[in-house]
Design a protein around this ligand. Structure first.
Ligand SMILES: Cc1cc2nc3c(=O)[nH]c(=O)nc-3n(C[C@H](O)[C@H](O)[C@H](O)COP(=O)(O)O)c2cc1C
Length: 254
């Protein structure tokens, strides 16, 4: 794709996404309930697999709840300090009800149910993120609620068959960090067929670009920044207890 593509074709949405960066510091200015509701109402128009609408969002403002969630999330202080925290939950209770109403049950829910319901939540979450940005809010997704899915469920009072897939800090920005470079899109966009050579060709360059970025913001890094981070993140396996925790919460992922 030519670099000029986003210069030729631009829109407010393209500009928002082209400029976006995760924001971890917020001003004291409140985010009204009406604003959050407007964001979520728009986000809920996201496509939903077979119309399952397998999501529930919990709007958290209580400082004690945010503090507890921040501890689960590895003491991420922005979780405690954000004006509002949205907990995006995968919710199978309504599907469970639908099946029971027709003399069946969801006891044997499988990988497909787990996958499509989680995808639905991700679509709503990103739609909410983008909608919030269109109003000038800024935010950060928080996957670390899955450090302990059961503890997050307890804090949020989630019943069986509901788990928090990720959260989102939302507020008015009090920082403007530089954007984190992305991989060359030649590696991640292929045409007609998968291109295995292109996939890996620019990773060394990306390692260097990311190292340069981290150095420029004073963050400790290594010359092989991205591959090093991925190795550190996934070896040994990340959140190894998640499958068991989700099973406890009513998700089989068989
Ligand atoms: C599902 C998801 C979960 C995330 N969880 C966290 C998190 O727990 N803590 C955090 O600081 N950033 C989190 N992030 C933000 C990513 O680290 C960030 O998007 C990525 O490093 C790229 O940086 P950028 O968003 O500024 O471009 C998460 C992002 C996503 C999509």
């Amino acid at each position: 794709m030519p670099d000029s593509a986003t210069e030729t074709y631009t829109s407010e949405t393209i500009r928002l996404l082209e400029n976006r960066v995760s924001i971890r510091k917020y001003t004291d200015e409140p985010v009204s309930d009406e604003m959050v509701e407007a964001v979520l109402r728009a986000a809920y128009r996201a496509p939903t697999s077979s119309n399952i609408q397998s999501y529930t969002t919990i709007v958290v403002r209580d400082p004690d709840t945010k503090q507890k969630l921040s501890v689960v999330a590895g003491n991420q202080k922005h979780v405690a300090e954000t004006p509002v925290f949205l907990a995006f939950c995968v919710d199978l209770t309504r599907i469970d009800y639908a099946l029971m109403k027709h003399q069946h049950n969801l006891h044997d829910n499988n990988m497909e149910v787990g996958l499509v319901s989680s995808v639905d939540v991700a679509l709503v979450g990103m739609s909410a993120y983008l909608t919030a940005e269109s109003l000038g809010l800024r935010g950060l997704m928080i996957g670390a609620v899955r450090n302990n899915a059961v503890a997050s469920a307890e804090i949020l009072g989630l019943p069986n068959r509901v788990y928090c897939l990720f959260g989102m800090c939302l507020g008015w920005p009090a920082e403007q960090p530089p954007q984190k470079p992305r991989m060359d899109i030649g590696a991640t966009i292929h045409y007609e067929k998968y291109d295995a050579d292109a996939t890996l060709a620019s990773l060394d360059t990306y390692d260097g670009a990311l190292a340069e970025h981290y150095e420029s913001i004073g963050k400790t890094t290594t010359p092989d920044s991205w591959t090093h981070d991925m190795d550190k993140k996934f070896h040994p396996p990340l959140r190894d207890k998640l499958r068991e925790e989700l099973k406890t919460l009513g998700f089989d992922f068989r």
